[in-house]
Design a protein around this ligand. Structure first.
Ligand SMILES: Nc1ncnc2c1ncn2[C@@H]1O[C@H](COP(=O)(O)OP(=O)(O)OP(=O)(O)O)[C@@H](O)[C@H]1O
Ligand SMILES: [Mg+2]
Length: 484
């Protein structure tokens, strides 16, 4: 009986000789490379899991933390073949016992695991150049699909947890998708295409020298689906959400720290941006009210970002320029593939600096329920297609839908209440829509009447008005003389 060391050495020698004549070459991908975990090993394992689930006879099963799906893996010393661009390759999963540990900074697992890739020598360049990249990409995709999305919040303010993270996370399970979202189908399609282009646009952003990020401003009345849209975006792209509570952030440097701790493939959300940051305060120091003037007054701080700190003191001193740097400046591109979403009910209250073109790439108006949106809600809540509705009902809905100015939230309430009785739900909805449309019309008429009366009153007193104007002018002239 040979001692194992001698057996191992002779086998090694034998393989060496064989290799000289072999048409194949072999690559070992070990789980631990020295003391570091080998990312490629994990990726190969995940990638192969999408194959063995169908063909293998003996599989290992795993379920990662926070995941709602199982993944399959090759069992010990099993082999599997794969085809890439018409080339056959063979993978073998090799598990051996690790020899007694010598000194190590980190305890290593008892087993040594690795994959061996067997390919023809002729295919070497093709496989090494493209196949491994392809595997990494696929593995990332699977990882994202398997892992539930996370919703992060900065409710602790800027303080860090024991692992040095300022964000707290919970699994994100919002069921809103673009299918359930009631909005104009064309607009919806445009947004979905925009998101897709963004997610697949690494090459484009690199080529054009732009940071790989995109900004969306969602605005519209309450209950029109702004938050639902964010959830739909996250579910569509498989991104995590960072819900940034600006009121909890004390200063601009804290904001920067938070940004640095966000991961790629994520949506960073600031809801109700007009309420989160004190917009009136921002105008305090500037002499003029135009956006250029404001922007100039924010400039020192913009410079401060590079040098770190700027005017950041204590208290809640977060400023618009700090926020713009967060989304737009140098710091916005630490990490990549990130989407910024701001929401507001009052776009007119926002500073023009936030709205100028190029800052938020897309402004999306979430409007009251139109007929196409109404149809989506009827389908989702009642399972009612256009074909299930009478022509007369459809026509009536068309007439009143927009005039009623009801939000999707209002309408879904009516539909949920009567979802067991579809016909009753539609009739009740129609009545409510009609009543609302009538009320709105009355209000409009009243406002018009009031304006008419006011105009008539103004016309009756042109003399008084010109007198007031003259008085004002005289007073101004007097004051000017005094100053002189
Ligand atoms: N466009 C929509 N499509 C489908 N459901 C919607 C839509 N808008 C609103 N809803 C329903 O109304 C509820 C409230 O909507 P959501 O929170 O998205 O509104 P919002 O625009 O964010 O309101 P707010 O401005 O008050 O934050 C959601 O739970 C959803 O069920
Ligand atoms: Mg909301």
């Amino acid at each position: 009986v040979f001692p194992p060391e001698l057996r191992f050495a002779s086998l090694k020698f034998f393989y060496r000789i064989l290799q000289c004549f072999s048409t194949h070459c072999y690559f070992d991908i070990t789980e631990i490379d020295g003391v570091n975990t080998n990312e490629l090993y994990n990726s190969v394992q995940l990638y192969l899991s999408s194959h063995v689930s169908v063909t293998g006879t003996r599989l290992s099963l795993t379920r990662a933390l926070n995941s709602s799906a199982f993944t399959f893996g090759l069992s010990n010393n099993d082999t599997i073949t794969d085809t890439f661009n018409g080339v056959n390759v063979q993978w073998e999963h090799i598990v051996t016992q690790r020899q007694a540990q010598t000194f190590s900074w980190r305890p290593l697992p008892d087993e040594k695991r690795g994959f061996t890739l067997r390919i023809k020598k002729n295919d070497k360049t093709l496989i090494l150049n493209n196949y491994l990249d392809y595997i990494m990409e696929k593995a990332n995709e699977i990882r994202r699909k398997n892992q539930d999305r996370l919703l992060y919040t900065n409710s602790r303010g800027g303080s860090l947890d024991s692992r040095g993270h300022p964000w707290e996370s919970v699994p994100f399970k919002h069921p809103s998708t673009f299918d359930t979202l009631a909005m104009d189908p064309e607009k919806k399609k445009e947004i979905m295409e925009d998101l897709e282009d963004f997610a697949n646009g690494q090459g484009f952003y690199q080529k054009t020298g732009r940071a790989w990020k995109r900004g969306y401003l969602l605005y519209g009345p309450p209950g029109t689906g702004k938050s639902s849209m964010i959830a739909a975006m996250a579910n569509y792209l498989g991104y995590d959400i960072y819900d940034l509570e600006l009121t909890e952030v004390h200063n601009n440097s804290e904001l920067r720290k938070l940004l640095m701790k966000t991961s790629s493939k994520s949506i960073i959300v600031i809801e109700d941006i007009d309420c989160s940051i004190n917009l009136t305060n921002r105008n305090k120091n500037k002499p003029t009210s135009d956006s250029r003037g404001y922007y100039d007054s924010g400039a020192p701080e913009m410079r401060g970002v590079g040098g770190g700190g700027g005017e950041d003191g204590g208290g809640n001193s977060i400023t618009l320029s700090g926020l713009l740097n967060f989304t737009d400046g140098l710091w916005s591109c630490c990490g990549s593939e990130r989407i910024f979403v701001f929401t507001t009910n009052h776009i007119e209250k926002l500073d023009p600096a936030l709205l100028r073109s190029g800052r938020m790439d897309m402004h999306i108006f979430m409007n009251y329920c139109s007929l196409p949106s109404l149809k989506i809600l009827l389908k989702n809540y009642l399972g009612c297609d256009e074909s299930n509705l009478d022509d007369s009902v459809l026509k009536e809905l068309e007439e009143v839908a927009e005039a009623a100015m009801m939000t999707p939230a209002d309408i879904s309430e009516v539909l949920i209440k009567n979802r067991r009785k579809k016909e009753k739900a539609v009739i009740e909805l129609l009545e409510i829509l009609k009543a609302r449309a009538q009320r709105n019309q009355k209000n409009d008429e009243q406002v018009e009447e009031e304006e008419h009366e006011k105009r008539a009153l103004d016309n009756d007193n042109p003399k008084q008005e010109s007198e007031i104007m003259n008085n004002c002018k005289e007073r101004e002239e007097e004051e000017e003389e005094k100053i002189k």
